[in-house]
Ligand binder design. Structure first.
Ligand code: PHE
Length: 341
């Protein structure tokens, strides 16, 4: 076979391979085979040394033509593959700059904080001052001054977190009653919201840390009627509707008479659920008239002054208002929970 024939045959084969290459890799393989430095065309040009000058000129021209033809086909296919690759990438990375930006995510107040602020508003509008007391208390303020004798079960080591130095974590907000009387005297109207601590078994309705809101009014001739008026204003403001309540006698050493104000469970409507311990009622508002010994501990003369006090379970209240069935959600810090308020 003459060189010219070999070239023609090679051109046909190479053209088909380049034109039909399925992808960039196959195209590159074909290029190396024919157009590469050690490829078929390079092989032929090496053999040209054996030709006569006339033949060499003729074959040289032919070879150039074939080379240009194949290179052109190669470049065309290569550009095609590059464009396809770019198109695919652009399609994948496409970004719609006209889409609206995601809105800002504002922070929210914890539901407990919200209720606390509402109640502070309500009671300040009724002439009450908002006061604070320490969370680490003395035995005197937490118990003795509140007429709780040393043998009272409330002092049981099971319920109270004792510090090594004899202090304790307050088990209720009632110590603020005595601190407020000492500080401000009478007449007195205060509320004291805050954290309290009890060494209790944890379950859906018990935490070792929870919130109460203490209220106290001391004046001349304060009656249970006054107390009920404030209790009812409070509940109406919180729930924004009538709630069914019941008043039971309740025993607390620092009030006489003492009451338990229960509300019908708003979670189950009174049918019974874990939060109301299947009873249909939730203890929400223990209250009563301040015991003379407590007035005395606060430096007031019980012949001249009397008053009422209540200790609202803020944590329970939040659960009732929002239908939260497990107290542990409140301190879990789960944003999916908190964003709902
Ligand atoms: N301190 C009481 C408690 O935590 C509640 C209470 C407060 C009762 C004020 C009567 C008056 O259980």
């Amino acid at each position: 076979m003459s060189i010219a024939d070999t070239l023609t045959e090679l051109e046909t084969r190479a053209a088909a391979l380049l034109d039909d290459a399925e992808d960039a890799e196959a195209l590159e393989t074909a290029r190396v085979e024919f157009l590469g430095r050690k490829g078929a065309l390079a092989g032929i040009s090496k053999e040209m040394g054996r030709l006569t000058p006339e033949e060499r000129a003729q074959v040289g021209r032919l070879l150039n033509g074939v080379k240009q033809n194949l290179e052109a086909r190669y470049e065309t296919r290569k550009a095609g593959f590059e464009r396809a690759a770019l198109d695919a990438r652009l399609a994948g990375e496409w970004l719609d700059l006209t889409l609206p930006a995601p809105g800002p995510r504002p922070g929210r107040l914890h539901p407990l904080t919200q209720i606390m602020r509402e109640l502070e508003d309500l009671f300040t509008s009724l002439g009450f001052a908002v006061v604070d007391g320490p969370e680490v208390e003395t035995e005197w303020y937490n118990f003795d001054a509140l007429n709780i004798p040393p043998a009272h079960p409330a002092r049981d080591a099971q319920d109270t977190f004792w510090m090594e130095d004899g202090h304790l974590l307050r088990t209720h907000t009632s110590p603020v009653q005595v601190r407020a009387m000492e500080r401000f005297g009478a007449p007195l109207r205060i509320i004291a919201p805050g954290r309290v601590f009890r060494n209790e078994e944890l379950d859906a309705s018990h935490e070792h840390t929870f919130y109460q809101l203490e209220g106290m009014m001391v004046d001349r001739h304060v009656s249970v009627g006054h107390m009920l008026y404030f209790m009812k204003s409070l509940l109406a403001a919180i729930f924004g509707r009538e709630v069914t309540v019941r008043l039971r006698p309740g025993f607390f050493p620092f009030v006489e008479p003492g009451f338990e104000l229960d509300i019908q469970c708003l979670l189950c409507g009174g049918k019974g659920c874990p939060v109301c311990k299947q009873s249909g009622w939730v203890e929400l508002l223990p209250c009563g008239l301040v015991h003379p010994n407590v007035l005395r501990a606060g430096g007031l003369d019980p012949e001249e002054w009397n008053g009422f006090a209540f200790g609202l379970g803020l944590t329970r209240l939040v659960m009732m208002r929002y239908g939260i069935d497990d107290i542990r959600h409140l301190a879990a810090g789960d944003l999916r929970f908190l964003r709902q308020f």
